[in-house]
Design a protein around this ligand. Structure first.
Ligand code: GDP
Ligand code: IMO
Ligand code: MG
Length: 431
């Protein structure tokens, strides 16, 4: 029995939440290991829609769920999200939700800085198009060794010392952006007010996981964002501020690398991205409009339209390598229904040279022109299909060609937003 790590293989929004929710009834525990409430995961169960940002998707099935040390936690957002999901009839108690004591906090100063920087970014190319949730500034404080952590919420004295340390760094930055200095008393009062609402969930979660793994429990690691938003491997600087690749599942939850198990890449049958940054296969024609409207490609968090384009096999093949993907869940195949012909990017032309990978330089990424191969589409509906043999012959051909080009097999196929419109080809938990 393997543990399973679910990771986004493109630029996020591949349908990770749906797949994690579906897989979580085969798991004993679900763990988020990076990112924060910049994530937006939509789950649809019998027509009822759940939108999660920070809570692991396992909570909807009542699975014990951990917010790991690699996550940046906005405690006010967390309390709000728990209330929102409880109002939908899902009970969230400390038996279901555990928050790592060594995770770092997102404070109100972080979204303020995030938003002020984006607003001030006037030079061409300097705006990232962040979610405005304070993710970047919170991770900066983490690696700068001045973050307030979840465990600090238990001590007013520790909070005071740490707020002073934050002021020394942040006040000059804030002044440069025209923001008032931090009000230390107000921030302390806010933290002391939220602390008792968070502390009941707090645990040394690495230990909870260690005991679970030793007892033979099956763990499902839930990634947020996608490989090309990874701070190392993505289209830097148009990335998020954490490692999103499967390797982070170990460090971001406090287990060894062998504990991660099977790596399931979530892959959309075409490509989307939100925010700024290079996107070689982006479409501005009626096919782009088809993908955006039929696929309902609107950001969960920010309501922004997602940019849409053809399937980029070069990108996903690279993702298979940097994540160590064992198999993929191919989602949103139904969105391609009715398109006469389909294109798949199989290489890039950059300044007259051909590439079978995405080079690291932003200049090269921005100059990359896709080399396409064309495949015949299908007119039949695949929407809601629950068996591979129900798929039209050309849809099967498309799936097989994708597998061949990316070098990984399809383990799961998703044909609608509904939980059960999912075809299992091979069980990731069986390794
Ligand atoms: P995540 O961030 O990776 O969890 O993905 P999002 O939830 O942000 O975006 C995926 C969107 O596609 C959601 O609205 C899902 O309900 C929807 N979705 C997931 N799988 C499918 C599918 O197979 N077909 C269709 N049409 N929609 C899907
Ligand atoms: P899920 O988990 C898609 C993008 C933002 C922006 C960049 C940096 O739903 O797949 P940040 O706020 O993280 O500093 O923004 O990353 N981004 C996402 N795009 N899906 C997400 O999460 C994303 N989380 C961040 O749009 O381009
Ligand atoms: Mg999303």
């Amino acid at each position: 029995m393997a543990n399973v790590a679910v990771v986004g293989a493109q630029w996020g929004d591949e349908g990770k939440g749906k797949i994690v929710d579906w897989l979580s009834n085969r798991a004993d525990m679900v763990v988020r290991f990076q990112g924060g409430h910049n994530a937006g995961h939509t789950l649809v169960v019998d027509g009822k829609v759940y939108k999660l940002a920070l809570l692991p998707s396992g909570v909807v099935q009542g699975k014990p769920s951990i917010i790991g040390n690699g996550v940046v936690v906005d405690p006010w957002h967390l309390v709000g999200e728990i209330e929102k999901i409880e109002a939908q009839g899902i009970a969230i108690s400390p038996d279901v939700l555990m928050v790592s004591d060594n995770a770092c906090l997102i404070l109100p100063i972080h979204p303020a800085l995030d938003v002020a920087r984006e607003a001030a970014a006037s030079a061409p190319g300097s705006r990232i198009g962040t979610t405005g949730r304070g993710i970047g500034p919170a991770y900066e404080d983490k690696v700068g060794r001045r973050a307030i952590r979840v465990c600090d919420l238990a001590s007013e004295e520790d909070l005071k010392v740490k707020i002073d340390r934050l002021r020394a760094h942040h006040d000059p930055l804030r002044a440069g952006l025209g923001l008032e200095p931090i009000d230390p008393e107000a921030l302390l009062a806010q933290l002391m007010d939220i602390a008792p609402k968070i502390l009941p969930y707090v645990q040394p979660t690495w230990r909870v996981l260690d005991q679970a793994i030793r007892a033979g429990k099956r763990v499902l690691f839930e990634g947020a964002q996608g490989a090309f938003l990874d701070v190392d491997h993505g289209t830097y600087p148009y990335v998020t501020s954490s490692n999103t690749v499967a390797g982070q599942a170990a460090a971001g939850s406090g287990i060894g690398p062998r504990g991660v198990g099977y790596v399931l890449g979530i892959v959309k049958a075409y490509t989307t991205r939100v925010g700024e940054g290079p996107f070689a296969c982006e479409l501005f024609d009626e096919v782009g409009t088809h993908l955006s409207t039929v696929g309902r490609e609107v950001g969960v968090n920010t309501g922004r339209s997602r940019r849409c384009g053809w399937f980029d096999a070069v990108l996903v093949r690279q993702s298979v390598a940097i994540n160590g993907i064992d198999g993929i869940a191919l989602t949103k195949l139904d969105v391609l229904d009715g398109l006469k012909e389909l294109k798949i990017c199989v290489g890039y032309r950059i300044d007259g040279e051909t590439f079978d990978y995405l080079p690291s330089s932003l200049r090269a990424q921005a100059a990359a022109e896709p080399i396409y191969e064309t495949i015949e589409g299908w007119s039949e509906s695949t929407q809601g299909a629950r068996s591979f043999k129900d798929l039209p012959a050309n849809a099967v051909k498309y799936v097989r060609r994708v597998e061949e080009l990316i070098g990984a097999p399809v383990a799961l196929l998703s044909t609608s937003p509904e939980r059960d419109d999912t075809i299992l080809m091979r069980d990731p938990f069986q390794g």
